[in-house]
Design a protein around this ligand. Sequence first.
Ligand code: XLS
Ligand code: CA
Ligand code: CA
Length: 436
Amino acid sequence: MKYFNSEKITFKSGAQREFLWYDPERVVQGKKMKDHLRFAASYWHTFVAEGADMFGTGVLGKTFGGTSPEDIYRRKAEAAAEFTDLLGIEYYCFHDRDIAPEGKSLSETNRNLDELSDYLGDIMAKGGKKLLWGTANLFNNPRYMHGAGTAPSADVFAFAAAQVKKAIEITVKLGGSGYVFWGGREGYETLLNTDMALEQENMARLLTMAVEYGRRIGFKGDFYIEPKPKEPTKHQYDFDAATVIGFLRKYDLLNDFKLNIEANHATLAGHTFQHELATARINGVFGSIDANQGDMLLGWDTDEFPFDVYDATLCMLEVLKAGGFTNGGLNFDAKIRRGSCSLEDMLDGYILGMDTFAHGLLAADAIIRGGELDDFVKSRYDSWNTGIGSRIRSGEAVIEELSDYALSRGDVLSSVRSARQEYLENVVNKKIYECK
Ligand code: XLS
Ligand code: CA
Ligand code: CA
């Protein structure tokens, strides 16, 4: 059965749908483009979500012609294999509830998951596709209305733990290289009814149990937390990269956890995508990326396919500086707009995102090879390599010495140089325009 009315997407072929920038086999900095970018398809937006929003129902059916739940989920798996083949995408990501329907009891749900994950795993492995990460959907079902790992009810917490246990097993079975925690409802609406300290301790307990179990059953990949400041709750505990790093450090989870940074969540937190990536990198927790973009005129999580080459360039600059992905990749946690109501529109969305990041990779490589940014930053901080600067860095200088130094030195305004932002912005633009 063929679900998409499209030929395989080719590279600059002159076909109706083609990549202009993405060339999987092209070598950049000694590595193939596809291995730099490690593109993944998000199961939920691509094979599950039908375009419903707060004001209207779905516009694009994703039953793929199936009739019974079992049939529908098998067809979703087949569609996923075909879709990723068409685009040459090697990775996929899912929530447990994306790939199998919830049953009447937890044991029935788990059986569904066992069977359908076998089917999905086989069909994807046949085409050489790999699981980038798995996760548990701990936000959709009404039982999680007040949270899952941070629920006021210990019963709900235990149910969530059971779900996480199973999702980790499925991830391990399918050879996943990552396991994500996105704290959708792990937050609060008002402190009038919330014990914030207990909720955060409990979240850490759940993560600790998950790590302990995952390692025990042979999971060698990375656990990730995906920061997001708000939506669905008003105040989410995993607000941004810095907040999550503080939490991981407090609960001694830094050895097992890295971050999955999403572009749209960064902007919701009032940060640039690059800021969140750099924060992860300099703290040694850069892991994976949910590639999308928000709409600056809208204040919510729009999960659009990325077309902003500038942002993609600065993102890839961070990825290259971090030494590239190890277990992570670029997962398109992105959806087509509701008005784009054909399955094939999704192919255009992915082509848009993949070309944007391929262009970003080439521009980032050109920035690194050109060296202008690096040279500038190095020289901006050169006073830290000699004299008083190096004494401060080595810890030799005490505050009295600095006071004496300042008194003898006179006004220091003459040592202040221009930050040359516009020159550097010209450099970045030039690399984006000129790279081929
Ligand atoms: C929602 C999140 C979610 C996670 C996985 O905003 O982006 O899709 O990536 O649960
Ligand atoms: Ca995401
Ligand atoms: Ca999002």
